[in-house]
Design a protein around this ligand. Structure first.
Ligand code: GLA
Length: 379
């Protein structure tokens, strides 16, 4: 199927990116996160074939083929692994049920921006194949298959937040997700006169994957030491800050800082969820600033470009909250900006950023939206 054949597809899937208001780097520590699916999406057209050959064609990245009846291998072409990993997971979950298919992909999501173009792709493939071949996999199974594709084929040992938000998101809602139990609560995404604006640094430092996996290991180290005295804690995010403080001498400096951040961030997210439900947007925004400080100083996943944008916003009363979003080392900041100030803010941030780094800043005004869905015709 080439792009011209989109109209002849059997199904069309729309799979969104995600934002995360607060609760960063704690999904893999059993903490609480507050993400939402957004109105920027990847669209995928799927069609069944008579034989076992599959062809996947991304309008931006090009096409590749594979045989569904043969074992799937990790590809040298990075993006293909998001697709292959999911197909592999589905073949294993439902042996003999998949036949050949064609898929065309068109994306509105910038890559490396921290808005989870990767989870959008994974969950879109998972949903598309589930519906195309009538596999009957539940949403939780699709989420897990997508997450494991990232672990096993892409190599990032990610948590569950992105795939969960992309699959379960709801228009006008935030998801307060407990990553330990996967229980969640939908909260009104009501920010009053404030808009959610992403500022994309357009840098993506190549430390992102290796440092992400290192952070995960550091957190595991901290937990292993704490569990010797406190076996009741299954996850680092459950350990109270006061308990972590008693380990200052027993953990290495960095590992101690990571643990401190995780405990504080979990508490902050629960507090932030309360504040937003009480309409306290300013209080919510000040917690976003605290999160950034922790991610930058204790967790060390920020970078000069992100810090610059957050610092710049601190002097502007019309911006009530700003922080880096997602895995870090580049990508976007998420900002709560007074509606009437959005254009001016984009303008002044772009100019200052260009002057400082000689890089063009791009901005994305987002709204929350439904998670991945199959539609029958183009809408
Ligand atoms: C990436 C991962 C998520 C999460 C965030 C940081 O987006 O895929 O699982 O850990 O980083 O909060």
């Amino acid at each position: 199927m080439n792009s011209m054949d989109k109209l002849k597809s059997d199904i069309i899937v729309k799979s969104p990116g995600r934002i995360n208001l607060i609760g960063e780097h704690i999904d893999y520590n059993g903490g609480h996160v507050l993400p939402a699916a957004i109105d920027r999406k990847v669209t995928m057209w799927f069609r069944k074939k008579e034989n076992s050959l599959c062809r996947v064609n991304s309008e931006d990245e090009g096409a590749f083929t594979f045989d569904i009846k043969k074992p799937l291998q990790i590809s040298d072409t990075h993006w293909e692994n998001y697709v292959l990993g999911v197909v592999d997971g589905i073949v294993k979950a439902r042996p003999q049920k998949l036949g050949g298919f064609d898929c065309v992909i068109s994306s509105e999501l910038p890559i490396g921006a921290g808005i989870s173009s990767s989870a959008a792709l994974e969950c879109g493939v998972a949903k598309g194949l589930n519906d195309l071949f009538d596999l009957g996999l539940s949403n939780l199974e699709l989420i897990e298959i997508s997450r494991m594709a990232e672990h096993n084929f892409v190599g990032t040992k990610c948590g569950v937040m992105d795939q969960f938000a992309v699959t379960m998101g709801k228009r006008k809602k935030l998801l307060l997700l407990n990553c330990e139990t996967l229980d969640y609560k939908l909260i009104d995404a009501d920010f009053g006169s404030y808009k959610i604006l992403l500022l994309n640094t357009n840098v993506s430092h190549n430390l992102a994957t290796s440092e992400y996996n290192t952070r995960r290991k550091e957190c595991e180290q901290a937990l292993a030491v704490i569990q010797k005295d406190h076996p009741q804690y299954d996850f680092l995010a459950d350990v109270p800050e006061a308990t972590i403080e008693t380990y200052k001498e027993k953990l290495s400096g960095k590992v101690y800082q990571r643990a401190l951040f995780v405990s504080r961030e979990n508490a902050r997210t629960l507090k932030a969820a309360e504040l937003i439900q009480n309409g306290d947007i300013k209080g919510f925004g000040s917690l976003m600033y605290q999160t950034h400080e922790g991610l930058s100083k204790n967790y060390e996943v920020s970078c000069p470009e992100l810090d610059f944008l957050v610092d710049l916003s601190k002097d502007l009363p019309q911006v009530v909250g700003s922080r880096m979003m997602g895995g870090g080392f580049g990508g976007c900041t998420i900002n709560l900006v007074e509606e009437g100030f959005v254009n001016e803010f984009m303008d002044l941030a772009s100019k200052a950023y260009k002057q400082k780094f000689d890089i063009n800043l791009t901005s994305i005004l987002v709204a929350t939206s439904n998670g991945v869905e199959t539609i029958n015709s183009e809408s």
